[in-house]
Ligand binder design. Structure first.
Ligand code: TRP
Length: 345
């Protein structure tokens, strides 16, 4: 039987090249060999302060962008269109200890972020975020969960929760999911290559996958190459980042190899490296932009597809929740309840 994969993404605005190379590209590839479930997690987005209109729009935006990058529509769902995730969260919350949630570093980081902004309100949702994540995962019984290293602790919690559920109820129901860490290219900011590429640093720091080609070319052209503090004999962070982008976005290695040979012999022209990077990035992203334009040609169908695939995926989640309700002693179907009542009372 084909192994199953689940992963989810937060609906945060624009997709940048770091997101694509770090996660989405891998998700696309995994579709060839696995049964895949990919969710856009809007319930999770509610754990931090947010704007309601923006949330709705960014969920659709990221869903469309994922499809444009090659995620099959049948594999894609919007988390809140599968409300069973929240029912399972409640049940799993009752086999998750307060102590293990308190030790989650993401909670500590995010609540600190809020405090730094003089925000005194920290929601229970932020605290129980990992239980919702465990529900996202366990509800589809996946074998593997492709994620970044930052999610390791959350996957570990999901494994513990699966285990504790099985133990508590004396069943072998949930299998422990394994994190799948794939080697991913390190993509740094263009304007400050000592930092990871991220939108929060500002416009000139990242390449958005769907931005205009000229914007991308300009950002690459003005990327920092050498800030002057690189020890002799070492490649500067900026140049290393450009090489890494070149490699990650190219379909073949000859340009990379020849520019690297130039670097080794001390003949590298930064302008040639930048030209090469801009060309491969644009060649890659133009394909996604074309696909997006095609999808956007029929907007009604596009939205309906996302809803329909969420509905199809929901059937699997409903099946799990039905079984979990049975295992955990919650109310049964009317027929089963009548039969039981007649027998026991
Ligand atoms: N917490 C993940 C992140 O911030 C997103 C996420 C939610 C997730 N549910 C998940 C990832 C289930 C993997 C599996 O990136």
């Amino acid at each position: 039987m084909q192994q199953r994969i689940l992963s989810c993404i937060q609906p945060t605005g624009e997709m940048h090249l770091g997101n694509y190379l770090g996660a989405v590209q891998n998700w696309v590839k995994l579709q060839e060999n696995y049964e895949c479930f990919y969710g856009v997690v809007d319930y999770h987005a509610q754990t931090m302060p947010y704007n309601t209109e923006d949330l709705r729009d960014s969920v659709m935006k990221i869903a469309v962008n994922l499809m444009a990058c090659g995620i099959n529509k049948e594999n894609l769902f919007i988390q809140s269109l599968v409300p069973e995730h929240t029912e399972l969260t409640w049940i799993l919350g009752c086999v998750t200890s307060y102590g293990e949630l308190s030790r989650q570093t993401q909670f500590k980081d995010k609540s600190q972020q809020l405090e730094d902004k003089s925000e005194t309100f920290i929601s229970t949702g932020l605290f129980t975020y990992p239980v919702l994540q465990a529900a996202d995962i366990l509800i589809y019984h996946p074998h593997l969960v492709p994620v970044g290293k930052d999610q390791e602790q959350h996957i570990e919690l999901s494994r513990n929760v699966a285990n504790r559920f099985n133990h508590t109820f004396g069943v072998e129901y949930f299998q422990e999911p394994k994190a799948l860490f794939t080697e991913i290219p390190k993509v740094q900011s263009l304007a400050d290559p000592t930092k990871k590429m991220s939108k929060s640093l500002g416009d000139k720091h990242y390449i958005a996958v769907f931005e205009d080609e000229n914007v991308t070319r300009k950002k690459v052209k003005t990327a920092v190459t050498d800030s002057g503090d690189t020890p002799a004999g070492e490649m500067s962070a900026g140049v290393a980042n450009l090489f890494s982008l070149l490699k990650a976005c190219s379909t073949e290695n000859s340009l990379y190899d020849s520019l690297m040979a130039d670097y080794d012999s001390g003949n590298l022209k930064y302008s040639a490296l930048k030209q090469g990077v801009a060309d491969v990035v644009v060649a890659l992203t133009n394909g996604f932009k074309a696909r997006k334009a095609e999808l956007m040609g029929n907007k009604k169908q596009l939205v309906e597809q996302i809803y329909d695939s969420s509905a199809a995926i929901r059937l699997k989640a409903q099946n799990t929740v039905r079984e979990v309700r049975e295992i955990t002693g919650l109310a049964q179907s009317k027929e089963a309840a009548v039969e039981r009542f007649l027998k026991n009372f």
